[in-house]
Design a protein around this ligand. Structure first.
Ligand code: ATP
Ligand code: MG
Length: 270
């Protein structure tokens, strides 16, 4: 069934090596993957396994040392500024540290105005832009009127992450890479944010890629799970297969670190 979906992102032999000689780190080591449109994907692995490095290659923020990325069936070409900008309209990210994602000298409305400009709305009347910004804030339960004169660093961690989602709401990318989107916020905001992401997926056909340590989260949200160890994918497949019937010792260990999965799983079988 999944195989009938259109290809979205494909990687072949994707590799990233940092440094030279003795200080060489193979952060990502010849990984292959086929992400399909609309499929919910999780990449799970311990700290240092190469998840963020892979995400940065997908986003075109760093160049692979080796290997190829295909986007919508064609070899990805981001060799010029124009092509890179066109690519970034289609793929967006929510990063581990929301503070690092904003220019701290830009007020919140300019963060959102930038998005409207990016989708070609530069010449829209001001009222229309305000309407779009207010709608995006409304979607993530932020009040636009209370935010216009603030800077992103004046928001709480949860509000900052929701502001990032408001950007996503305006940009409507094809792919959203969420690198630990929920690590710094409480359980309640976490559920809300996941909910919003899943809503954007069902309404906008967005393909979300979750990058996380949390195999429990991966189980609940994803269709397909990739398990990453020392830069390699050691196991992948449907969430049920990988997490309920793990084959690799590494996957088994990740699961045994999270007793929560079993508790919730037991509940559902009662
Ligand atoms: N710019 C860099 N220069 C040198 N080494 C790097 C660089 N970025 C990452 N690495 C190394 O690559 C490896 C993978 O790092 P990466 O950040 O991708 O891990 P991660 O899976 O995202 O970890 P975490 O779960 O802690 O975020 C690590 O050994 C790291 O030290
Ligand atoms: Mg990381």
């Amino acid at each position: 069934m999944l195989d009938e979906r259109k290809p979205c992102l494909r990687g072949r032999g994707l590799t990233k090596v940092f440094g030279l000689g003795r200080s060489k780190t193979v952060a990502v080591d010849h990984v292959d993957f086929d992400f399909k449109e609309g499929e919910v994907i999780s990449i799970v692995g311990e700290s240092g396994s190469g998840k963020t490095t892979l995400a940065k290659m997908l986003l075109g923020l760093i160049n692979p040392t080796e290997g190829e990325i295909y986007f919508q069936g064609k070899r990805r070409d981001i060799s010029s500024n124009r092509k890179r900008k066109a690519y970034w309209k289609q793929i967006q990210a929510i990063f581990q540290d929301p503070f690092a994602s904003y220019n701290i000298f830009n007020k919140i409305d300019s963060v959102l105005l930038d998005c409207i400009n990016m989708i070609g709305g530069k010449r829209l009347p001001h009222e229309k832009k305000v309407e779009m910004m207010a709608e995006a804030c409304g979607f993530v339960n932020l009040k636009y009127e209370e935010l216009t004169n603030k800077y992103p660093f004046e928001l709480s961690g949860g509000q900052q992450q929701r502001l990032m989602l408001a950007r996503v709401f305006i940009l409507k990318p094809k792919i959203l890479v969420a690198d630990e989107p929920t690590s710094m916020i409480d359980a309640c905001s976490r559920a809300t944010i996941l909910d919003m992401l899943m809503q954007l997926r069902s309404e906008g056909g967005m393909t979300p890629i979750f990058i996380t340590h949390d195999i429990g989260l991966a189980y609940y949200v994803s269709d397909t799970v990739y398990i990453m160890e020392k830069g390699r994918f050691v196991e992948s497949g449907s969430a049920d297969d990988v997490i309920l019937k793990p084959q690799e010792p590494y996957t088994k260990r990740l699961i045994s670190d999270v007793p929560k999965i079993y508790e919730e799983w037991d509940l559902s079988t009662v």
